[in-house]
Write a protein that binds this ligand. Structure first.
Ligand SMILES: [Zn+2]
Length: 427
């Protein structure tokens, strides 16, 4: 299909013209995805990545080949996710509700729970729409086994991070990666340059693994999207790259290369904009019905007009999850902390002031238990205070005013375990 104005603009062919067209927008013209340029840059920086990726591609081909007779369904894979919000100014500090909305979109799209997939009525295409059986959960424990909501927030002075990984490093105004073997990392920031997102394919450096999306191209209904890229599909598309998928047109407009997936059609250039649901679009590489697969998530159509992965793309995603990203399958990133882990987490128990002149406040902040037994011992091991069923998540006073100066030990016991803290009485 013909290239739209936007694709011409992104090719930089008519720069002076586009300046006029977009004069009312101070932002740069939209660039749907910068993943292939990023990949090229990454491999120039470290040629071993290119070698590694060639090996990975071969391994995945073998995996797909040797598993093609197994049933199409498999155990649903759940991937723990962390969103790193790196913001300059409050508008970029997207809300928790926005992140929840974005998570829902990727979960719907990778489980074929998106309602718009039924628009795929082209003969031959509708039978290919796949439930990829991959889902995403917000991390509930961080790399130090502390409780988390799966969102980090970092204020920055950087205006427009570009695609050089600076958003992924605290030293350059961003936020450091969480262990990519346990978490899938999604950075949200102002990328600049009109870029909606970029992803790191499997086989890249651990410190920069994941994807980056622009804070204002997520989910418009939650207040963080910009039409026509406002339905959260930038993340769906970039995730596809992170899990091994290429652009459906093979990043060239001739008919020589494609995406390496057998059930997607050959396609000329990318599509922009939108087409009537069910309509057949043809080009020089797919000249007859059902034509191009313009509604595939790995094309460049508007968010409202991309709504399917194919069975072949699913096979590649699954190969990635059983190959270069297999470690994510056994991550405990979405396993809640146990009571014992909470007890061992420093911030669960606050004891203050410490040192104290005698009246000590205890707060046991463990959401999964309602009470604990508290015993205070002196340095001789003698019990000086004993309280059963002390409620958690509220303050309790421990009165040591009539006790001599010295070190005391506060034991907090639950049915699952206990922890002992020191408090110093100094008058
Ligand atoms: Zn892309």
């Amino acid at each position: 299909m013909r290239k739209s104005l936007l694709s011409i603009v992104s090719a930089g062919l008519v720069f002076s013209f586009c300046q006029n067209v977009f004069a009312q927008e101070s932002a740069a013209p939209i660039k749907r995805c910068a993943s292939m340029e990023y990949r090229q840059w990454e491999e120039q920086q470290d040629p071993s990545i290119k070698v590694n990726r060639a090996l990975i591609e071969n391994q995945m081909k073998e995996y797909i080949e040797s598993n093609k007779t197994t049933p199409a369904t498999h155990a649903v894979i759940t991937i723990p996710v962390v969103f790193h919000i790196v913001y300059k100014g409050t508008a970029q500090n997207v809300s928790d509700a926005c992140i929840a909305a974005q998570l829902k979109v990727i979960n719907d799209d990778y489980r074929k729970l998106n309602t718009d997939w039924t628009k795929v009525t082209q003969t031959g295409w509708s039978a290919l729409v796949a439930d990829c059986e991959i889902q995403f959960c917000m991390a509930v424990r961080d790399p130090n086994n502390a409780p988390t909501n799966g969102i980090t927030r970092t204020s920055t002075t950087v205006a427009g991070f570009g695609t050089n990984n600076s958003v992924k490093k605290a030293s350059t105004g961003g936020c450091d990666v969480w262990n990519r073997d346990k978490y899938f990392n999604i950075w949200v920031c102002d990328i600049g340059g009109g870029i909606l997102g970029y992803a790191q394919f499997p086989g890249g450096a651990a410190a920069t693994d994941g994807l980056v999306i622009a804070y204002n191209y997520m989910v418009g209904s939650a207040g963080c999207g910009t039409s026509p890229y406002n339905l959260g599909r930038t993340a769906t598309h970039e995730l596809g790259h992170c899990f091994g998928l290429y652009h459906i047109w093979g990043d060239e407009s001739a008919c020589a290369a494609d995406d390496g997936v057998t059930d997607t059609p050959m396609q000329g250039p990318e599509h922009y904009g939108c087409f009537t649901a069910g309509s057949v679009q043809t080009d020089a590489c797919s000249a007859s019905s059902p034509g191009t697969m313009w509604m595939n998530y790995m094309d460049y159509t508007d968010d409202a007009c991309m709504y399917m992965f194919t069975a072949g793309q699913k096979a590649k995603l699954v190969a990635t999850m059983n190959g270069p990203r297999v470690a994510l399958k056994t991550s405990n990133g979405c396993t809640p902390l146990t009571a014992v882990e909470y007890l061992n987490y420093n911030e669960s128990i606050s004891l203050y002031p410490n040192p104290s002149s005698g009246e000590v406040t205890l707060n046991i902040n463990i959401p999964i238990i309602s009470s604990a037994d508290v015993t205070v011992f002196n340095s001789l091991g003698e019990t000086v205070i004993s309280k059963n069923s002390v409620p958690t998540n509220m303050e309790t006073k421990l009165d040591l005013r009539n006790r001599p100066e010295g070190i005391y030990f506060v034991k907090i016991a639950t049915t699952e375990g206990s922890v002992t803290k020191k408090v110093i009485i100094s008058k």
